[in-house]
Design a protein around this ligand. Structure first.
Ligand SMILES: O=P(O)(O)O[C@H]1[C@H](O)[C@@H](O)[C@@H](O)[C@@H](O)[C@@H]1O
Ligand SMILES: [Mg+2]
Ligand SMILES: [Mg+2]
Length: 290
């Protein structure tokens, strides 16, 4: 069986180098562009960090393929093949980055034959490096991670996001989901503004579940394996097998908690990430300063 440890170590090294760029721009004024909605932001730093990451990795592994958030936004088609593929979110939490809210992460996942071999989530301001390699455990700054194992949803802290959607159906679905969970009741609902770091809290045991509708593969591909290697479970919001292209996910401390959340939450329709027509035409529009 192939060993991808060298790729993992290279991924960690480029994530740490790219973090320096994120941190140096964090306090600066930023030129903000809009993508799919008034809350779906992108900055020059997002685009620059992605270009630097892809260029460094391609230079070392020229035969590998890439799925990058900002490359797709610029019109590249999104297709996951059996080839070794790096799935990159250069800044997860761009709204946080623009507002200097201190939760921004570089998220890098690596797949072969469409199976995730490792994931890296680097929460730059916190200097917290989460990583996991298939079959070899999950770690935070080198220390092993273990999910909480909680099986009673009424004893859970649940993390979610109100993403970039601002249409009535998405907003009413997402807010009513939070209402229904609070009425179970659960102990609490949290949102950090970055799907990748949100989901890593399930791996640390600091949260017991995370769910989201509308995020993209690059938001959660890395943190999904980190949760699984920490002993958590990952599934689709209908309780079926996790599909990183479906734009729906539940991560939890146990199957019983995940299935309970699957019964409670409702979804709104999202086009899959790998529906070529939907991914090959979007781009950036408008410009304003923040
Ligand atoms: O900051 P991003 O890389 O754009 O990811 C965000 C996403 O845009 C937003 O809609 C929410 O899903 C957040 O949880 C993501 O981190
Ligand atoms: Mg993201
Ligand atoms: Mg991003």
């Amino acid at each position: 069986m192939a060993d991808w440890t060298d790729c993992l170590n290279f991924g960690i090294s480029v994530a740490k180098q790219a973090s320096e760029i994120v941190l140096s721009a964090f306090q600066q004024q930023k030129e903000v562009k809009l993508k799919s909605s008034p809350a779906d932001l992108v900055t020059e730093t997002d685009q620059r960090v992605e270009k630097i990451l892809i260029s460094a990795i391609r230079n070392k592994y020229p035969e590998h393929r890439f799925i990058g958030e900002e490359s797709v936004a610029a019109g590249e088609c999104l297709e996951l093949t059996d080839s070794p593929t790096w799935i990159i979110d250069p800044i997860d939490g761009t709204v946080n980055f623009v507002h200097r809210f201190p939760f921004v992460a570089i998220s890098i996942a690596f797949t072969v034959n469409k199976q995730t071999e490792f994931g890296i989530v680097y929460s730059c301001v916190e200097d917290k490096l989460y990583h996991a390699q298939r079959g070899r455990g999950a770690y935070l700054n080198g220390q092993p991670l273990h999910a909480s194992g909680q099986e009673d949803v009424s004893k859970c802290v649940v993390v979610t996001e109100i993403g970039a959607e601002r249409d009535d159906l998405a907003l009413s679905t997402m807010t009513s989901n939070i209402f229904r969970l609070l009425k179970l009741p659960v102990h609490g609902v949290r949102a950090l503004g970055t799907a990748a770091v949100d989901m890593c809290q399930v791996a640390t045991g600091g949260a017991d579940a995370y769910y989201h509708i509308g995020m993209h593969c690059w938001d959660i591909a890395a943190s999904a394996i980190i949760v699984q290697e920490a002993g958590g479970v990952i599934m689709d919001t209908d309780g079926s097998e996790f599909d990183m292209m479906s734009r729906r996910v539940i991560a939890a401390s146990s199957s019983s908690v995940a299935l309970c959340i699957a019964q409670v939450i409702q979804v709104f329709p999202c086009r899959r990430d790998d529906e070529d027509s939907s991914r090959c035409v979007c781009g950036v529009t408008g410009v304003n300063r923040v």
